[in-house]
Design a protein around this ligand. Structure first.
Ligand code: 48H
Length: 265
């Protein structure tokens, strides 16, 4: 069977039109999630499953954040048994390793978590960097400011576009990038962290890090919930290495907080 003659300009039109329709639909969101690592993608899925209009903006061309690389490029992640349900429910094969630990294939985990978020109705925008936030008259964050990740890498001067959101989740991992941007740009910004500021993560202590991550997942700045490694980084708490249970549980808590917060409005 030979394939039909291809009209190249049709391909162009289909791509641009489909993109534009979906992107315009996402210009007013209930929740804008920044970063498609394990915490961001879990929060996104759970919010979409709860019926909210949610999208995740990821500056890389791929989703999954630090999950792909497992531990030191060995493509496996370790998850505590208490958190394993959050990946089992999207179909990941989780092996019980003993003593409360489970192991999963990181490629399978990324693929199935992302697929489940999309199936639940969320859109994942890759290659899009959140370079700033929008702030309303009460100094509350009310949206994200977007540019292409490639534009940032090429250091081109290109003005951004903006998407409004009732809540933003900073799930940008070690960098806590959204919160650092707010700290840099909003004069006198105070955060709900031990110092009132965003301080950056401390050295590895997995028990401490995993023990605190869920409690540190909260609305640290008006309109911004922090999740995942960014929650520890914001508070100056430690890193934990290639154990991921806290990331999934933090994503779950961020979604629950967002649902409660949105219901209060
Ligand atoms: C758009 C952005 C921006 C931006 C960053 O690092 P992640 O996987 O984040 P978490 O917190 O869900 O998971 C952390 C985990 O992967 C990890 O690194 C662990 C457990 N480390 C422990 C240790 O000791 O090292 O994903 C964050 C995502 C990435 O994909 C970034 O590209 C993306 O956020 N991102 N996307 N706009 N401004 N900043």
């Amino acid at each position: 069977m030979s394939l039909r003659h291809i009209d190249e300009t049709r391909v162009t039109r289909f791509i641009v039109r489909s993109f534009a329709e979906d992107f315009v639909a996402d210009t007013h969101l209930d929740v804008a999630v920044v970063g498609a690592g394990p915490s961001g993608i879990t929060a996104t899925r759970l919010l979409a499953e709860a019926g909210y209009q949610v999208a995740v903006f990821e500056r890389s061309l791929y989703v999954g954040g630090g999950m792909w690389g497992g531990g030191m490029l060995f493509p496996r992640i370790v998850i505590q048994e208490e958190a394993a349900h959050l990946i089992k429910e999207v179909g990941v094969n989780v092996q019980v390793a003993g003593e409360g630990y489970c192991v999963a294939d990181s490629v399978e985990c990324v693929s199935k978590c992302a697929a489940a978020a999309i199936d639940a109705g969320a859109r994942i925008w890759v290659g899009m960097l959140v370079e700033d936030v929008m702030i309303d008259e009460d100094a509350r964050v009310c949206g994200v400011v977007l540019n292409w990740g490639a534009v940032q890498r090429a250091q081109m001067h290109v003005d951004p576009l903006a998407v409004s959101a009732r809540l933003v989740i900073d799930a940008t991992g070690h960098e806590a990038d959204v919160l650092h941007t707010i700290q840099r740009k909003v004069a006198g910004a105070q955060f709900d962290t031990p110092t009132g500021q965003i301080v950056g993560e401390s050295s590895m202590n997995a028990t401490d890090a995993e023990g605190h991550i869920v409690e540190l997942t909260k609305e640290v700045y008006p309109g911004v919930i922090v999740a995942g490694m960014a929650a520890n980084a914001a508070a100056g708490a430690p890193r934990m290495g290639a154990i991921f249970g806290g990331m999934f549980l933090s994503g779950q808590k961020a979604a629950q907080l967002a649902i409660t917060r949105l219901a209060d409005e």
